[in-house]
Design a binder for this molecule. Sequence first.
Ligand SMILES: [Zn+2]
Ligand SMILES: [Zn+2]
Length: 126
Amino acid sequence: MSFDEIPEDQTEGYQCECGGSITKCGDKWFCDSCSFEHPIMKMKIDKEDIIKAHDHSSNHYDEIMTSEICGCFYCQKTYKPDIIEWIDDGTCVCPRCGIDSVIGSGSGFPITQDFLGKMCDHWFKD
Ligand SMILES: [Zn+2]
Ligand SMILES: [Zn+2]
């Protein structure tokens, strides 16, 4: 039996071939039912993406509203776009921390903890 690698941003709701769901344990993902270790395809994130993604955190009304999921790269929380608060010119703020550092999956960037964490390191900690 062989498994394709699961893209890192699609692990949520993923089902093993036995019907079980997968759970993270350390750096690895295991099936809850059969304990098979599922290989995860790490999204390669380079510095250029981190820079480019920042352009998607303002004047992005359409992009946010068509996103499946949005995330804040300050507090690193993810949520659906319908709870987002909008300020002036089509820029939104995070409903949790109030910072205008929200990007949506409609931007084409992965809204994962890994990606948001790297965004945070670059834009808020350097
Ligand atoms: Zn399984
Ligand atoms: Zn936030």
